[in-house]
Design a protein around this ligand. Structure first.
Ligand code: MN
Ligand code: ZN
Length: 249
């Protein structure tokens, strides 16, 4: 297997406006977090980029805004795999529906039962579900297929709440459990929904919330994953650098 580098982010919340006092001045249609993704991709040169839900803050953002964001993600120079989350839920009002084809370098996983995609000439296989509804019936990692091949990296995406009896927080929507994570047998499970970068690895399966590039509770980091045939899986935090002065005129 060839070495593969992934940049993992989630909870970008574009269109939400970012007006927290310690986050400078930003407009409602601020694209600063997207600029931070572009800068990190240029610097880290990942082979693929994962956006694991809540790319958009709400379904009121207009179609041109969505198109602009998807076009820029398509221009990263690396394929960008997107799943949605509870803020950009994939139902009849989905922001993604008018863009079903989309730019060739943006791959939106639109099936609530899960979609498998192969990238990098088959060196990387990914799987993830679209979230059609945010409640207890939706289980982001349930029925993930097993590792498809031994000669490819196997990465699973999920947007939901990590539910462990150790941590409390039981009964939340879109739950995923340590057993769900282990059952993927993945080389990496890329999670979104929590804005704080968190290691929830289970058994031998590395699983992380990436941290979010921006927002009131954001940690302003990305997760960088190096999958290497000799050295195994290395996971590091990368700062999401945002203009401290903001973007508001
Ligand atoms: Mn979420
Ligand atoms: Zn801004």
């Amino acid at each position: 297997m060839r070495p593969v580098r992934l940049l993992h982010t989630s909870d970008v919340h574009l269109g939400g406006g970012f007006r927290a006092p310690d986050h400078g001045r930003h407009t409602d249609h601020c694209l600063c977090p997207l600029t931070a993704i572009e800068a990190s991709v240029a610097e880290q040169e990942p082979d693929a980029v994962l956006v694991v839900g809540d790319l958009f803050d709400n379904q009121r953002v207009d179609d041109r805004f969505v198109a602009t964001v998807l076009e820029r993600l398509g221009d990263l120079g690396a394929p960008c795999v997107v799943i949605n989350g509870n803020h950009d839920v994939h139902d009849e009002g989905s922001l993604y529906k008018p863009h079903a084809v989309g730019p060739s370098e943006v791959i939106f996983l639109d099936d609530p039962k899960g979609t498998t995609v192969e990238l990098l000439d088959g060196a990387l296989v990914l799987w993830g579900k679209a979230m059609p509804i945010h409640d207890r019936t939706f289980r982001p990692l349930e029925d993930a297929p097993g590792r498809p091949r031994d000669d490819a990296w196997w990465v699973v995406l999920g947007h939901g709440h990590y539910e462990s009896s150790d941590l409390g927080g039981l009964g939340r929507s879109s739950p995923l459990t340590p057993l769900d994570i282990e059952a993927t047998a993945a080389d990496y499970v890329a999670l979104g929904h929590w804005h704080v970068r968190t290691d929830v690895s289970s058994g031998s399966v590395p699983a992380w919330y990436s941290g979010a590039p921006y927002g009131v509770a954001a940690t302003e980091v990305f997760n960088l994953i190096d999958l290497h045939p000799d050295h195994g899986v290395a996971i590091t935090a990368v700062d999401a650098r945002l203009a401290p002065e903001g973007c508001a005129p």
